[in-house]
Design a protein around this ligand. Structure first.
Ligand code: C5P
Length: 231
């Protein structure tokens, strides 16, 4: 076959949106469709990688030919990602992870009662999985490539990029794929427009098109970063 840029590599990708339960029938969720993560999984597979897709709630099916691990909550996603990262050459956090979860999960359905005050939901912070993956990678001294995503709002692209640069530093990942989010953009859409920032400080790389096109460009970039790290 033609040269496959990720042949022999193991790539773990998170996708979709976490759901944080309130009780057995209710959750706090988000609008992530999983489309970009699924497109990345298919592109990594097509590039020759062994792909593990760690899927929170998705509105699209997982692609064929990848190992699928389903999760629901941020804490489950964290556990699976930390375990999966141990033997991965590349880790991509494309999932929309809830920043907060309900402090308490009721064991039975929360009842609507006329004689009690309206309920108040207390939230607690979820761990930053991407940040933790980077910390584990660094303390192991491994040259694993860690890739994050960021959806940033802002009127000016310059503002969005400087905000994203700060996030890249804070998270410590090697590449940050930045979506400039407008009112009706990105979530659930088939089109995407991103800028790829690198910790190594190379020029920001723009990519746009279908989520499949963007995935192919991101995977291509990962292939060239890997060949720099392990020539
Ligand atoms: O900080 P922000 O949520 O914008 O960062 C987005 C990136 O961080 C994404 O790659 C997302 O998957 C990851 N993330 C995470 N754990 C969280 C929140 C976000 O790994 N609790």
């Amino acid at each position: 076959p033609a040269h496959l840029p990720l042949a022999g590599r193991t790539v773990t990708i998170s996708a979709g949106g976490t759901r944080e339960p309130l009780d057995p029938v209710r959750f706090l969720g988000n609008r992530s469709s999983g489309k970009q993560g699924v497109a990345l999984a298919a592109a990594a597979r097509d590039a020759g990688a062994a792909v593990r897709l760690v899927a929170a709630h998705m509105e699209v099916p997982a692609p064929a030919g990848v190992e699928l691990i389903a999760v629901e909550t941020a804490l489950q996603l964290r556990e699976v990602m930390l375990a999966a990262a141990a033997d991965s050459d590349v880790v991509i956090m494309a999932a929309a992870v809830a920043d907060f979860r309900p402090a308490e999960v009721s064991g039975s359905k929360i009842k609507k009662r006329d004689d009690t005050a309206d309920p108040v939901i207390t939230l607690v912070r979820n761990p930053d999985i991407l940040h933790e993956l980077v910390a584990v990678r660094d303390s192991a001294g491994s040259s694993q490539l860690v890739v994050g995503f960021a959806a940033e709002t802002g009127d000016e692209l310059g503002d969005v990029l400087s905000y994203a640069e700060a996030k890249l530093k804070r998270k410590g990942c090697d590449l940050l794929v930045v979506n400039h989010v407008g009112a009706d953009k990105v979530f659930g859409q088939d089109h995407n427009s991103v800028v790829i920032l690198s910790r190594a400080g190379s020029e920001p790389q723009s990519a746009s098109g279908s989520k499949q096109d963007v995935a192919a460009i991101v995977i291509d970039r990962i292939g060239s970063e890997l060949s720099r790290v392990f020539p």
